[in-house]
Design a protein around this ligand. Structure first.
Ligand SMILES: Nc1nc2c(ncn2[C@@H]2O[C@H](COP(=O)(O)OP(=O)(O)O)[C@@H](O)[C@H]2O)c(=O)[nH]1
Ligand SMILES: [Mg+2]
Length: 266
């Protein structure tokens, strides 16, 4: 099991580590299946808030519920001229090349006890310094801009309060979208509901491979029902009897919210 990762970047004292710690409160309980998280203290595997998963759980009362996850990495060390090795420049840039998307924190909060690297609060300037460093290093990644605290707001930037954790759920959802992910669900024996992250545009065969390699190898078909239909009917067999469960082949493009049962040969 693995999840796509977002690197948290921004100037020193913008609140990256504070945000990371707020995100860690949403860390999944069992991180053992993500080996590197136990070694690296700056890596967190975070549960994606999911209303649909809650509804499925309320309906079916399974023994086990497994949410989709996004991995966040607190990447330290960016200042002007990082691309020339300033600060922890080269280390920083190497780390950032490993992630799939960027969460760029811009300091909005005023606090005399927390020095600003460039002396004053200036959202636009700070954003441009960091963006320029990425450009110079030829790093092109999808970016989510996030303002931490303060009164000023920019319509296109997400607002959070890194300290209180306000806005963090929204940030995780946005990061998930930024990574180009959709969610499909499986219900194993009525007892285990899993939300799976999948790249938008993936096929049923690719979805099957997420669940188990055998399912992809011996793929026969996918039985698929849209989340809303399923919840309205409330029961898999009933849904089948009503003709609401579609039979799909390997090439079927999985839709966000699909509930899927894979049929396969072992
Ligand atoms: N007042 C205030 N302080 C904050 C906020 N976010 C972070 N800080 C403080 O700013 C300092 C630097 O934060 P940190 O997360 O370590 O910044 P980093 O260098 O970007 O990782 C710490 O003392 C935090 O407690 C905020 O929203 N408001
Ligand atoms: Mg830090």
């Amino acid at each position: 099991m693995s999840s796509l990762s977002c690197g948290i970047i921004g100037l020193p004292n913008s609140g990256k580590s504070t945000l990371f710690n707020s995100l860690l409160k949403r860390q999944i309980a069992n991180v053992a299946s993500y080996p590197f998280t136990t070694i690296e203290p700056n890596v967190g595997v975070v549960e994606v808030p999911d209303e649909r998963l809650k509804k499925l759980a309320d309906l079916l009362k399974p023994e086990k519920i497994v949410p989709a996850t996004v991995t966040f990495i607190d990447i330290a060390g960016l200042v002007k001229n990082a691309h020339q090795g300033e600060g922890l420049g080269n280390q920083f840039l190497a780390k950032i090349r490993e992630v799939d998307a960027i969460v760029h924190i811009i300091r909005g909060f005023e606090d005399e006890t927390v020095p600003h690297y460039y002396g004053s609060i200036n959202l636009k300037r700070d954003k441009e310094i960091v963006d320029l460093e990425l450009e110079m290093a030829e790093i092109k990644k999808p970016t989510l801009y996030v303002v931490n605290g303060g009164k000023e707001s920019q319509e296109e930037w997400l607002k959070v309060d890194a300290k209180s954790g306000e806005g963090v759920d929204e940030l995780i959802k946005k990061a998930y979208e930024l990574l180009g992910l959709i969610t499909f669900y499986t219900i194993k024996g009525g007892q285990e509901i899993t939300a799976w992250a999948l790249k938008n545009g993936s096929t049923a065969l690719e979805a099957a491979a997420k669940v188990h390699e055998d399912m992809a190898q011996g793929f026969i078909k996918a039985e698929v029902i849209n989340f809303n239909d399923f919840v309205n009917i409330g029961d898999w067999h009933q849904a089948k009897n009503l003709g609401k469960v579609g039979l799909e082949g390997k090439e079927y493009q999985v839709q966000d919210g699909d509930v899927i049962e894979f049929k396969f040969n072992v």
